[in-house]
Write a protein that binds this ligand. Structure first.
Ligand code: NAP
Ligand code: MG
Length: 462
């Protein structure tokens, strides 16, 4: 795999300040496929200075011209989509068809949506005797995880650039090659030097330096709750804008009137997809007691079919973390129906698709984010019980409701403490705001709501 031995700062690949490197490992065969520099506070500082210097001109660039650069970026992502998919597959391990459709496909849709939004958004409006301007917040520090390596980057960088902000990105240490490829596409798109900058490195070093940098105006972070809380505290102390996307424990609520086979089938696929490494995955399936046994059988069959088609999880640490959650499920008395903690292959960070039945709402596997291909099926007695269970975690990122009648499903969804709900298998919408209630986070990504995160308002009175 192609790897740059440098940081993308101020429009060029520049040598890192230090000499440490990060090995990039293919999780399918555990082979080292590349090395990138491990950035330090000095690299972050150089990148932030470049972003600051580029900010006034980019902020003053007419939105239509920013839109044109984003449209060019989208076109280059389209032209290089095979290379993107191969790079994500090499460093994340996801099967190539999934990398093509989702890891390459979704960022193209999101970049396209911001090319359009930049051109059409009302950056200026009249309110009585005032004119209200939407102005860019400034320099953005973006810290992204590995689970959707390119999507997580584009979901921050595209709206930031559309708004007129400049960016320093610190991508996950496990997936820096996709980030370097993205930096190449930014350069090809003719986005001016300094508007986008990339510093690869470790979270507690480069990530922390970026989150703490006094000249960063907004920190946008996606990842674990533990790190998110620290970043939120740091930003709060500096009176700095912050956006946090911290994962979830979402419920797939199957009401008795639903098409059970469809709801279970789509629900299992939702959890197993991307090896369970999706923050919005519906990892708790809630089924009425009268349909419980049938649902468990259907889920077991669906998960078994997944068997060999599933990729590994990203690294050895995540593999052992997921396996220890499976152990915990067994210890706490849940019934293992499919899968289990044993590694299904000798090589690679694989975890078997796993289904637990007889999971009670208080169990660890029903409360904590596992981030692996593990489904918990929970029984409910009536609708009030289902609602209490669905809302009974610290998270509130996503969810699903299935019912024979759409109105019934919508009424239930409106009572869920969560940011996104799919009704009867509703399709992904790149313009729909994405983000969490409760401890799932602060702020929204995607669409116009995602754009407004990177704007601040100024009003002039006449
Ligand atoms: P993580 O450490 O929170 O990683 C997210 C990003 O934050 C990475 O770029 C990471 O760098 C960086 N980071 C780590 N420590 C930092 C610090 N002190 N200051 C600033 N940035 C820092 O998450 P993880 O360790 O990869 O995964 C652990 C768990 O988090 C998962 O099992 C899952 O439950 C959750 N998670 C959630 C999402 C989501 O989409 N919400 C995504 C990934 C993981 P490094 O890559 O160098 O660590
Ligand atoms: Mg980490």
């Amino acid at each position: 795999m192609k790897a740059h031995d440098g940081m993308y700062i101020d429009g060029a690949w520049r040598p890192a300040a230090g000499t440490d490197t990060i090995e990039v490992v293919n999780p399918v065969d555990e082979q080292v496929i590349g090395r990138v520099p491990a950035g330090t506070a000095a690299d972050v500082d150089a990148a932030v200075r470049a972003a600051r210097a580029a900010f006034p001109a980019w902020a003053a660039t007419p939105p239509a011209d920013r839109a044109a650069r984003l449209a060019a970026l989208r076109d280059i992502l389209v032209a290089r989509k095979d290379e993107i998919a191969e790079t994500v597959t090499a460093e994340l391990g996801s099967p190539l068809p999934f990398s093509q459709a989702v890891h390459a496909g979704v960022p193209i849709a999101v970049a396209g949506s911001y090319a359009e939004l930049a051109a059409t958004y009302a950056f200026e409006e009249k309110v009585g005797n005032s004119t209200v301007y939407q102005e860019p917040v400034g320099v953005v520090g973006a810290i992204t995880p590995w689970n959707y390596p390119l999507h997580q980057i584009v979901a921050k960088v595209a709206p930031a650039l559309a708004a007129g902000c400049t960016v320093v990105l610190k991508p996950a240490e496990d997936t820096p090659l996709t980030a370097q490829l993205f930096a190449e596409t930014v350069a090809e798109a003719g986005i001016p030097a300094g508007v986008f900058n990339l510093v690869t490195g470790l979270g507690p070093v480069a990530g922390q330096a970026l989150a703490e940098h006094p000249d960063v105006d907004l920190v946008s972070f996606t990842g674990s709750t533990a790190v998110g809380k620290r970043i939120g505290a740091t930003a709060g102390a500096a009176v700095k804008r912050v956006a946090l996307e911290l994962g979830g424990k979402s419920a797939n609520v199957i009401l008795p009137s639903a098409d059970l086979a469809k709801a279970v089938g789509v629900g299992v696929a939702n959890v197993m997809s991307n090896s369970g490494q999706t923050c919005s995955a519906w990892t708790r399936m809630l089924v009425h007691t009268a349909q419980y046994d049938e649902a468990v059988e259907l889920a077991a069959a669906a998960a078994e079919k997944y068997g060999d088609r599933i990729g590994p999880v990203v690294n050895a640490k995540q593999q052992s973390r997921v396996r220890s959650y499976i152990d915990k499920g067994v210890t706490e008395g849940a019934r293992l129906v499919v899968g289990g903690p044993e590694s299904p292959r000798e090589q690679g960070y694989f975890v078997s698709p796993t289904v637990f039945a007889d999971v009670t709402p208080e169990m660890t596997i029903a409360q904590e984010e596992i981030f692996g291909p593990v489904l918990s099926i929970i029984r409910y007695e009536d609708e009030a019980d289902a609602l209490r269970i669905a809302n009974g975690t610290v998270y509130g990122l996503a969810g699903a409701v299935w019912a024979g009648d759409e109105t019934e499903a919508v009424a239930f969804a409106r009572r869920l403490d969560t940011g996104q709900v799919d009704i009867n298998g509703g399709r992904f919408n790149p313009l729909a705001p994405f983000g969490g209630y409760k401890q799932s986070g602060v702020g929204r990504e995607l669409g116009a709501h995602g754009l407004s995160e990177y704007l601040q308002t100024k009003s002039l009175q006449f």
